[in-house]
Design a binder for this molecule. Structure first.
Ligand code: GRF
Length: 188
């Protein structure tokens, strides 16, 4: 299958996915990025993966930007869109165009702590059990049906930085696994 990753930032998940797909019969065919300065662009260049921009500030609405992107996605026969630190809410136009073929990763045990501060809010909560969620994308923010969660225990006295590192390590392990399971048809 052909995968496109959408990312806005550092792209450590993009890297984990690119590395895993290279060892598989599937292909990471495209990075879609909405930020000119995102470090993920350098990762894509180093991995030889083409980049398409989406400029949410050009048209009047999210749909305008996405309609134009959709035309560029079509010829690439994309089977699965993977959001990996993509800091934009997709409009129904794109979600419907790739119905049930868009997944997202979030650094908390959803439905707890959706939104941009999932790691900090998890860290500051008293929860004993913390983790990450991989889910299908619907119209909401971090709301679609859960595919898989990974859990780790709270370590008392752990710094935020160390906690973040554990969360990211879990993401980098589980996201490629789930992506490959979907592409292999092991998850419907
Ligand atoms: C990850 O923690 C992901 O769960 C969240 O944004 C972060 C992206 O990190 N949605 P990176 O760009 O993959 O390094």
């Amino acid at each position: 299958g052909n995968v496109a990753v959408f990312a806005s930032g550092s792209g450590s998940n993009f890297q984990a996915i690119a590395d895993a797909l290279k060892e598989s019969p599937h292909r990471l065919v495209l990075l879609v990025c909405d930020r000119k300065k995102a470090y993920v662009r350098q990762r894509a260049q180093a991995a030889g993966i083409p980049v398409e921009d989406i400029n949410y500030f050009r048209g009047d609405t999210r749909e305008d930007a996405e309609r134009e992107l959709l035309e560029r996605l079509k010829p690439r026969s994309i089977d699965l869109i993977v959001l990996a630190g993509f800091m934009r809410l997709l409009s129904p136009l794109l979600v419907d165009a790739y119905k049930d073929r868009i997944i997202n990763i979030h650094p908390s045990l959803l439905p707890k702590y959706p939104g941009t501060h999932g790691i900090e809010e998890s860290y500051r909560s008293g929860d004993r059990e913390l983790g990450i969620t991989i889910h299908r994308v619907d119209y909401g923010l971090d709301t679609g049906p859960v595919i898989r969660q990974g859990k780790i225990p709270r370590i008392d006295g752990e710094s935020l930085e160390d906690f973040e590192a554990r969360i990211h390590a879990l993401e980098h392990r589980l996201y490629p696994e789930v992506i490959l399971d979907i592409l292999e048809g092991n998850i419907s």
